[in-house]
Design a protein around this ligand. Sequence first.
Ligand SMILES: [Ca+2]
Length: 550
Amino acid sequence: MSTTPSRWNLKALPVAIGVALLAGCAGAVDEPAKASIAVVSAERCAALTSTSLPGVRITDAKWVPAGTERPRNGSTEVGTPLPEHCIVHGRIDERVGTDGKPYHTGFELRLPSAWTHRFLYQGGGGNDGFARPAYGNNSGALGAQDNALQRGYAAVTTDAGHQGGEPLFGLENQARIDHAYHAHDRTAVTAKAIIADYYGNRPDKSYFIGCSGGGRQGMMFSQRFPDYFDGIIAIAPAMRVASGASIAAAWTTQRFQSVAPAGADGQRVLSQSFTPADLKVVANHVLAKCDALDGLKDGLVQDSNCRINTDELKCNASNTGACLKPEQADALAAMMAGPRTSSGEALYYRWPWDAGITGAGWRAWTLGTSTTGTPNSIHAALISGAVGYEFATPADPSLNMLNFNFDRDPARLKAFAAIYNAADDVDLAAYRKHGGKLLLIHGLADPIFSAAESMDYIQRVKAKHGAKADDFARLFLVPGMNHCGGGPATDAFDGLGAIERWVEKGDAPTRIEASGTAEMPGISRPLCSYPKMARYQGGDEKLAASFECR
Ligand SMILES: [Ca+2]
């Protein structure tokens, strides 16, 4: 078996001795941390199966030689081969639920030999239910191909306390609590303990990165477990999903369904309420009104305050070409304004007008592809299930996007929202005291969590803290980007590098360079710390260097 000490492994110490030194010798903690790391090896990796931690069972620990595994996005291999590391799987708090089914909090932890004393918790999303490969995926379109493991981070993922991506776990109360926060607490603590065991040192710096449900998990950590992480990236966070964005998903579905044509079975076909050409009409109108406000007509609307009048989209005697049916334009206006009760009380946020409405992700979430009366949009599938099984208290699996009542049903979401949402705490007192940094990132064409919600959150942080807000919390908007990535956008950007420099060098991000991917190849733009936006200054129109944040 090979033993390959990294350049940080200056001293060979068996784990037990290393831990004893740290515990028993006051001087040890004052020494440079990187001097006392143990040499790692396949043998040490395999030995982690006998790790003794309360309620934790390591199910396997395997050595992955350098270059033998490539990171994957789903089943597709992306990026360069992974470095030498130890991969650990384990189960925390195995139990039988009140529904008679087995539960545990499963996790995957990857421990690189060339460890830089950093730890990254990679958040999940959706219903969770499976531990994603713990590469420590970077932000946006970079994802797995630019991962923290390659940068020498130990990285962990979790299934969040139940097994399988269906929402059935919502019928079991402890599983709800685990999904909300407890499984994440246990996973973070367990991962740090295994890291200390394996390397003979706890991490110097700990980070969190996640999008969607993972973004919510990051915000939750900053509020409930404020000393766990030094830097948290929350992308498109589901900060109010259990009582706000889910209501908006129902509102969107019902507004669009109301103008959908009938299919062969006589039922309305949601996916056909707006054709790709219809959404292109909307995007072109948005661009005509707002593209040049940032100094350059380039297909990107940097101004998050862009407003259009949907009456101007309506087909009529003088507008017969690129236009929408009047009822389509009205449904779109109602959708974009956000959900309301019958008496006009707002139940969520507006949606920014952005050309990314043509993105494949926008369509997948709001419209789907079904050609029958049973919609398959992500709203109608994922969010319906979450609302009926998990967010409603008591659970009511008959509740869904099409029968949700905007006067009666929001009250049914309040109890679970109290333990699940993360939108209210803008003081973050303990996280600030710990020195933590919070980086929010949000696509302006996100169809499930409105970027207006992240703008409102950061504005509330600024209202609370004034100029000091910038010291610990910043928001970066991504024009054109759909949920977590995709859309006509510069959606590839190194969030991990930005938070690392902020935490470790005090280099607070003012602009983050971003590159276009499939829909905008060869284009780069700065992402700007809100409320600043990227404005064209002159020079090469393709390059971020030609733009200023102001
Ligand atoms: Ca522009």
